[in-house]
Design a protein around this ligand. Structure first.
Ligand code: 5GP
Length: 183
């Protein structure tokens, strides 16, 4: 650990090495599955940025990269269930393979909302890759095709995951000390 925020971390759940090893495995699996077919990677802002940047460098098929954003109202750690659309992609995905890259699937409501938008544009296929899966919290029938790690009911920070917009630039993932949670 070497980040000014390290003092706020109660427990490290995934080290930099664990994350990078698993991401390399995911990239190899995705490369095998698509072969030399072109894909459109949709990185879901903002949390998936570090993960997506590392993942795409382990994928060997041709690709375009685009970005999409939505948020749940309130912006608290508990998903409110109301999704607000914030940013659409620029690529035309009609007849193309789409791979969503998301940081975490919790209730699944955010990604359900975004994938429903993209399905209306008739991609050739649509798959989901998430770094973390909180399957116990799911409120939709969303099933990721590629999962980095299964997570219990923890609120995590680091490596893209924020608490009030901080901690995204840590290279590992942990849970906050209670005294670091101010609201
Ligand atoms: P869902 O719509 O699946 O309930 O929520 C997904 C979004 O909630 C994620 O993209 C992420 O922004 C946020 N989220 C869910 N669990 C966590 C967590 O443990 N830590 C952080 N920082 N954000 C989370």
């Amino acid at each position: 650990m070497n980040h000014p925020f390290d003092k706020n971390i109660a427990q490290v759940l995934f080290t930099k090495e664990q994350l990078q090893k698993r991401i390399a495995e995911l990239g190899q699996q995705i490369s095998q599955d698509y072969g030399q077919e072109e894909i459109v990677v949709i990185c879901v802002l903002k949390g998936a940025v570090p993960f997506c940047a590392d993942l795409v460098r382990h994928i060997t098929c041709p690709m375009a990269i685009d970005f999409m954003a939505a948020s749940t109202y309130g912006g608290t750690s508990a998903s409110s269930g109301v999704v607000r659309f914030q940013k659409d992609i620029e690529e035309d995905v009609y007849g193309r393979h789409v791979l969503f890259v998301e940081d975490i699937i919790d209730s699944g409501l955010t990604l359900r909302y975004l994938t429903d938008h993209i399905r209306l544009r008739h991609p050739k296929s649509l798959k989901i890759c998430c770094l973390m899966d909180k399957a116990v919290k799911r409120k939709t029938d969303l099933h990721p095709d590629y999962v980095g790690f299964d997570l219990g009911d923890h609120f995590i920070v680091g490596y893209g995951f924020d608490y009030e917009e901080s901690y995204r630039n840590m290279d590992y993932i942990g849970v906050l000390k209670p005294e670091a949670i101010t609201s």
